[in-house]
Design a binder for this molecule. Structure first.
Ligand code: C5P
Length: 212
């Protein structure tokens, strides 16, 4: 039976990961966090002391390491890795690599009903024919406040003004890049996630109810 594909795109710290986790649990879907795949590559390159601006060096490391799991890890969630992910995410061959992994993951045999995939280009590039496309919208100040709290809760040092600056910089890098920039995908429903999470879930459940 054909599996359902739901895509969730949006800027950094918009809450798309939390929404994707909810959808996976509530509707028995597999969650693919594409940002995590970029973060894992960025962490590997940093560990290997690669110059991220030198695409040849990045390519060499990527060729040798092409097996990235979907297991999450708190040490991938800091702004340093986030910024590095944004730099390598501009490179076409890095994007092709991550996209290929995502397509392979959705082709696996599974008892689950479908896949929920979150990122920046999922509904616009990777799964253009998805059954449901969502775009999560939250203004940068609210996102910075949430990310700041998240980092403090993880026991990391965080300064709100610095986080806001990082988020704006990451937005800019994701929006102006030539390869698969962050856009509202064609046919996507724009979800305002700046109020309560429950309000967001009411909208999401309504939309999923129309395709399941
Ligand atoms: O979503 P997350 O903050 O974990 O993503 C880290 C970075 O990876 C983003 O800032 C973005 O530059 C990049 N990314 C991307 N396309 C995706 C997912 C993430 O370019 N589909």
């Amino acid at each position: 039976m054909k599996k359902i594909i739901i895509t969730i795109d949006g800027p950094a710290a918009s809450g798309k990961g939390r929404i994707a986790k909810y959808v996976a649990k509530e509707y028995n879907f597999i969650h693919i966090d594409s940002g995590l795949l970029y973060r894992k590559i960025a962490k590997l390159l940093i560990d290997k002391k690669t110059d991220l601006k030198k695409s040849n060096q990045v390519k060499q490391i990527l060729i040798k390491n092409n097996n990235f799991s979907l297991r999450d890890n708190n040490n991938l969630r800091n702004e340093h890795i986030g910024r590095a992910s944004s730099i390598i995410a501009k490179m076409n061959f890095v994007r092709n690599h991550v996209n290929k992994q995502q397509i392979l993951l959705t082709e696996q045999k599974t008892n689950k009903k479908g896949f929920v995939i979150d990122g920046r280009d999922i509904g616009s590039v990777v799964f253009k024919n998805a059954d449901l496309k969502l775009f999560i919208d939250v203004n940068p100040n609210v996102r910075a406040k949430r990310r700041h709290k998240q980092l403090i809760d993880l026991g990391e040092k965080s300064i709100y003004a610095k986080i806001l600056k990082e988020i704006k910089l990451r937005d800019k890098q994701d929006i102006i890049r030539l390869n698969s920039p962050l856009v509202v995908p064609k046919g996507a429903h724009i979800i305002d996630n700046s109020k309560s999470f429950n309000k967001t879930l009411i909208k999401i459940n309504h939309l999923i109810g129309q395709i399941t």
